[in-house]
Ligand binder design. Structure first.
Ligand code: FES
Length: 74
């Protein structure tokens, strides 16, 4: 999703682009059903509580429909 967002000039912070930092963390506001399932490295990086609150790693998720998100200062 990160690459698609950057190609569309969406301004998102990122660093590693491989799921090993949390710089690209976004919070999904709408469209969670349009995201790929949570991967183990994503769960390890963010933890269950953030995942339940809708946080995901933009660089390792894929989308197959409309999604609304924010990137919050952490
Ligand atoms: S940019 Fe590092 S986890 Fe996404």
């Amino acid at each position: 999703m990160l690459d698609a967002a950057l190609e569309r000039n969406v301004d998102l912070d990122y660093s590693c682009k491989e799921g090993s930092c949390d710089t690209c963390t976004v919070r999904i506001l709408k469209g969670m059903e349009n995201l790929s399932p949570v991967r183990e490295e994503e769960r390890d990086m963010l933890g269950d509580d953030l995942i339940k609150e809708g946080h995901r790693l933009a660089c390792i998720i894929s989308i197959h429909g409309p999604v609304e998100l924010v990137q919050e200062q952490r």
